[in-house]
Structure formats: structure tokens, C-alpha cells
Design a protein around this ligand. Structure first.
Ligand SMILES: [Zn+2]
Length: 331
């Protein structure tokens, strides 16, 4: 059985440029309306670090609207997950631009007590925003898909009651951040892990349900739509960061994520047709397929509508991690 889980990273990703109303609030509102009209729900991965810091510095008047929207999403049954870009916590605001703390870019690589402090702070802020003092997010996605080294962060998430991670994309490789998910290509649609997110460990507590990806030739990543959104997103990045990404592109094959903002309808359908083929071969296995998007990338709503119509035609249910967690063989 296949279910599709739409996840949206709710944030101004990148160097902090942009405004909350246009790049977070408005797109999330349109997506919410699309899903409500179909009586479906998605998962909102709220990047809490930037919201807390933007609120503390008073740099964006839309912060109150954003917080109200998150309460509405929660009230309307959308799943609220935790997403953290720790480089925001020591950020400075200087002449209209944010200077983020690149030394804290990878949460997993920080000292264990610092990770613990950040996770506690992030959950506390989310509780305040939602007006839910006991709220425990079920799911987590780390910044920039980083979940290596895995052990400390995995243990701390479990301590907080978090049950699902969705940071991995199989086949992922980022030289600069020592991210290597190529070994996870052998894994199934989900697995539990503790020491290394790549290695299934049935005795562990944290469940990985990766963002769905397929290995493709590098040239297949260069679609006009994807490149246009990528260029908009990385405008203002230092040359060094762009060159680092280029190094990763020297591999012959790359993972293409099931991204409902960046892919064309033809690409989305092509990727999903592969899942339908797998289903024919092994209908007994449970297949939660995680699609990803970012509020900052949401522009092409017609493609999202067309993809939802395709899923409906194939009787693929839309779900959330909370709804399918028990089906993944855990109590
Ligand atoms: Zn993010």
C-alpha cells in the first residue's frame, strides 16, 4: 500500500533574506486552502530558530500573522513538525541583512550539551507559538537534511519524545558537510536507527521515513524550472558556497528529491510511476512516500493541483506521519 505525505519546510531558507509575509505566510495559506478543499492535510516543518530570532529583533512585522497561521494549521489538523536551522541562534542583524553563525550550521556536529540546549529551546518556542505548553512534535527534519553524525542528536530527540525523522534523502552526498546517504540506498521505505541514520537498527526507537528520492543522471537535474527556482534561492550566496555545491555535481548520478515546488508535473509523475511499479511487484509492503516543498519555493500551484489529481486518480491517500506511524510496525 502507498500513501503520500506532503511536507513543507516553513521558512526563509538560505541567508535569511526575504520577508515572512510573501515567502512564508502567503504560500502556506494557499497550500492550506488547496488541502482543506480536498479534506487532506500536510506536515508543516516549522523552522523555529529563525522565527524566534526574527521576533526577538522585531525585524519583520508579519511575525504575528505567521504565529497565528501556525495555530490555525494546528487547529485545522495539519501536523506540526520541528525543523531547526541552528545558525540563526547567534545571528546578528546588520544594515538590513542577517549574518548567520556558520559555525553552528550542522546541529549534529555540535557538542552534545549544545545540541540538547538547542532542541529544548526550539521545542519551547514551538510550544509558545502554538499555545500548547505540553506539545511534543512527533516528527523532525534537520537543517539542510543533515543527520550525520547521528548518535547524539538521535538520542536527544528520543529523550524529548520525538518519534520520526525525515532528514534523509537516499543517495544524498554533500562534500562540505560530510553528508553521505549513499549507503541508505539499500534500505527500505522506512527503518529505525540510533548510531548511524544510514544503518537500520531494529532495536532503536527513532524511525526514519526519508524524503523520497530517485537516483538520476546529473543532467536530469538541470530542468529549467528547477534551475530557475534554485537560482532565485541562492541569489546572494557567496561564491564559495556555490562552488561547494558544484563539487557535489561532479558525480555521474545524483538523487532527485520528490519536490512538489521544484519539479514539473511530468517529472513528478515520472518519479511516482516508479513507485506504482514497485507497488505492483510488492503490494504487501507499506510505502509511505514523503514529498517535500519549501514555502519560499511555492509558486506553481497548478502543478501541485495536477499532482494531487494524479494521486487521486491512482487512489493514493494523502497522509501525515501521525496517521501512519503505527503502520510502520512500532508501538
Ligand atoms: Zn530548512
Amino acid at each position: 500500500m502507498i500513501v503520500c505525505i506532503f511536507t513543507i519546510d516553513y521558512e526563509l531558507y538560505g541567508n535569511g533574506d526575504g520577508n515572512l509575509y510573501q515567502q512564508v505566510y502567503e504560500p502556506a495559506e494557499r497550500l492550506q486552502q488547496i488541502f482543506l478543499s480536498r479534506n487532506a492535510r500536510f506536515v508543516t516543518f516549522v523552522e523555529v530558530a529563525e522565527l524566534e530570532i526574527i521576533e526577538a529583533h522585531g525585524t519583520d512585522s508579519a511575525i504575528d500573522k505567521v504565529k497565528k497561521q501556525l495555530r490555525d494549521l494546528y487547529k485545522n489538523g495539519f501536523e506540526i513538525g520541528l525543523h531547526v536551522h541552528p545558525q540563526w541562534y547567534n545571528a546578528r542583524y546588520d544594515q538590513g541583512h542577517w549574518q548567520l553563525d556558520e559555525f553552528e550550521y550542522n546541529l549534529c556536529a555540535l557538542p552534545k550539551d549544545r545540541i540538547e540546549h538547542i532542541i529544548n529551546r526550539a521545542i519551547n518556542y514551538l510550544r509558545k507559538v502554538l499555545n500548547q505548553p505540553d506539545y511534543i512534535p512527533l516528527c523532525f527534519r534537520n537543517s539542510n537534511w543533515l543527520f550525520q553524525p547521528s548518535q547524539d542528536l538521535a538520542g536527544l530527540l528520543v529523550d524529548q519524545g520525538i518519534k520520526v525523522d525525515s532528514s534523509v534523502y537516499k543517495g544524498g552526498f554533500q562534500h562540505k558537510h560530510h553528508l553521505d546517504y549513499r549507503r541508505a540506498l539499500k534500505n527500505g521505505y522506512f527503518w529505525k536507527f540510533a548510531r548511524d541514520v544510514n544503518i537500520p537498527d531494529p532495536s532503536a526507537q527513532l524511525l526514519e521515513i526519508p524524503t523520497y528520492s530517485r537516483m538520476v543522471y546529473t543532467w536530469q537535474l538541470l530542468s529549467q524550472k528547477r534551475m530557475r527556482i534554485q537560482q532565485q534561492a541562492s541569489a546572494g550566496y557567496p561564491l564559495k558556497a556555490k562552488l561547494d555545491r558544484l563539487t557535489d555535481f561532479l558525480h555521474v548520478r545524483q538523487p532527485l528529491k520528490l519536490d512538489f515546488c521544484r519539479l514539473t508535473i511530468k517529472e513528478l509523475v515520472h518519479m511516482f510511476d516508479r513507485v506504482l511499479k514497485d507497488e505492483k511487484k510488492a503490494p504487501e509492503s507499506f510505502k509511505p512516500i514523503v514529498a517535500i516543498g519549501h514555502t519560499k519555493d511555492l509558486q506553481d500551484y497548478a502543478t501541485i493541483e495536477a499532482f494531487l489529481a494524479y494521486l487521486q486518480k491512482h487512489e493514493i491517500a494523502l497522509s501525515t506521519f501521525g496517521h501512519i506511524y503505527d503502520r510502520c510496525g512500532l508501538s
